[in-house]
Design a protein around this ligand. Structure first.
Ligand SMILES: Cc1cc2nc3c(=O)[nH]c(=O)nc-3n(C[C@H](O)[C@H](O)[C@H](O)COP(=O)(O)OP(=O)(O)OC[C@H]3O[C@@H](n4cnc5c(N)ncnc54)[C@H](O)[C@@H]3O)c2cc1C
Length: 399
């Protein structure tokens, strides 16, 4: 049984079949749709450049052929580990032999007055994208709260659609949590150049309006007029049902390198997990499609009695305007950042080092550096710092 039919849940079901499992697979998902890809939500789906059908992970026929019993629009309310039983919101109960938890994450809520007004949205599901799109007419004033990846992707998409876009970011720079100041500065300039009005050091204190939002009020008293607001202030792992079942949860559902939770019959994969990273020597919680797919593959094998360690160097991507940002590794704790190439050319990389070792790299329109860095970071390479900034030397030859 698999709970949650996002990237990890769908992959887990497919991997069980690929691993040769011939028994019953039940995939339970709270959303009413077939499993779909989330990254296009803030990109091509919001832009109207991709149909929902093209964003599906697999067609309906696939689940039928693979004998995966997909229970859409059903939410698991409780798990009783001792009885190996789940209860759905409808009251129905189902028993399992092995359980894979993939409930993902949900948008962090902004707890300020007026947040429930009409026209104030989060963006995590296709239904939310459709509601936002219904208001995306040219000239409409959109205020995006949060200058992280998702906020900036929404801003880039909507300014292209002809909306008047303002981004309010509480910190002193955009994507503060994940990239170096040099990279933030580059993306901020790109957004301004495309007409996005970006305000950092700006915290939202309230939304005002009658039934519909009209004004965004900031803690320093500034006001921004809005027809539509999208909040993108991070996510939180979904742990409610697991925690209530007595499964150990901390920053997420705690699993070991084999994707096992504190209950021997229950595994977990995807955004919801807090898992060990040997490469970084600490526990991590990742918000990435690649992690969801890879962890679900390992979990499926381990549910069938194999011993597959999940320990990949993570990678992420973000598309904004004509910029493809590829991030490999985790830069947290870096003591030096060196640029390869000139941001003015729209193709460069930021290399993050700790005690001489390459720990992460951000590649902007630079897939070559990204590919080389995946290998170097895995191998714990120590680049020659005098050669690293020289773009005439291939990254792999800097070691
Ligand atoms: C707008 C947006 C853009 C993104 N862009 C990128 C990107 O460019 N690159 C990238 O790598 N990542 C991106 N991500 C992140 C990526 O989508 C996630 O890392 C990925 O979806 C995680 O997969 P998951 O299966 O763990 O969780 P999810 O995809 O969140 O799926 C979890 C599912 O479980 C369901 N569920 C939860 N609780 C229950 C329950 N009790 N019973 C039944 N079902 C339940 C939920 O409804 C949901 O459908 C983006 C995310 C968003 C929202």
């Amino acid at each position: 049984m698999i709970v949650g039919s996002g990237h990890a849940g769908a992959q887990g079901a497919e991997s069980l079949r690929r691993e040769g499992y011939a028994g019953r697979i039940v995939l339970i998902g709270a959303e009413p749709h077939l499993p779909y890809q989330r990254p296009p939500l803030s990109k091509k789906l919001l832009a109207g450049e991709l149909t929902f059908e093209r964003a599906l992970i697999k067609s309906a026929a696939y689940y039928e052929q693979a004998r995966i019993e997909l229970r859409r629009g059903e939410r698991v309310r409780a798990i009783e580990c001792r009885q190996r039983r789940v209860t759905l919101e409808s009251g129905a109960t189902l028993v399992y032999d092995r359980l894979l938890l993939c409930p993902g994450s949900e948008a962090r809520r902004l707890n300020v007055p007026g947040v429930d007004l009409g026209g104030v949205f989060y963006l995590r599901t296709i239904d939310e994208v459709e509601s936002i799109r219904a208001r995306c007419r040219p000239g409409a004033r959109l205020v995006v709260v949060g200058g992280g990846y998702i906020g900036l992707e929404i801003a880039a998409t909507c300014v292209k659609l002809g909306l008047d876009v303002t981004v309010l970011e509480m910190m002193d720079r955009v994507m503060n949590r994940v990239v170096a100041p040099e990279v933030s500065t580059f993306f901020a300039a790109e957004h301004s150049g495309h007409g996005v009005k970006l305000h950092c050091n700006t915290a939202v204190a309230a939304f005002e309006g009658d039934a519909e939002v009209r004004q965004v009020v900031c803690s320093d008293g500034r006001r921004f007029t809005a027809d539509v607001v999208v909040i993108g202030v991070g996510i939180v792992a979904v742990t409610d049902v697991a925690a209530a079942a007595g499964i150990t949860c901390d920053n997420g559902i705690v699993v070991d390198e084999y994707c096992r939770t504190s209950d021997p019959d229950v595994f977990a994969a995807g955004d919801c997990t807090d898992h060990p990273s040997r490469r970084y020597g600490r526990r991590v919680r990742l918000e990435s499609v690649d992690n969801a797919f890879e962890q679900a593959r390992s979990a499926a094998a381990n549910m069938l009695g194999k011993s597959v360690v999940h320990d990949k160097v993570p990678w992420f991507w973000s598309d904004q305007f004509d910029l493809k940002l590829l991030i490999v590794g985790l830069s947290h704790g870096y003591d030096r950042c060196l640029l390869r190439g000139d941001p003015q050319t729209h193709s460069f990389s930021a290399c993050y080092l700790r005690e001489g070792e390459l720990i992460a790299l951000d590649a902007v329109n630079n897939p070559k550096d990204y590919m080389a860095a995946r290998k170097l970071i895995t191998e714990r390479a120590r680049p020659d710092l005098s050669r690293l900034p020289d773009v005439s030397v291939a990254l792999r030859d800097c070691v």
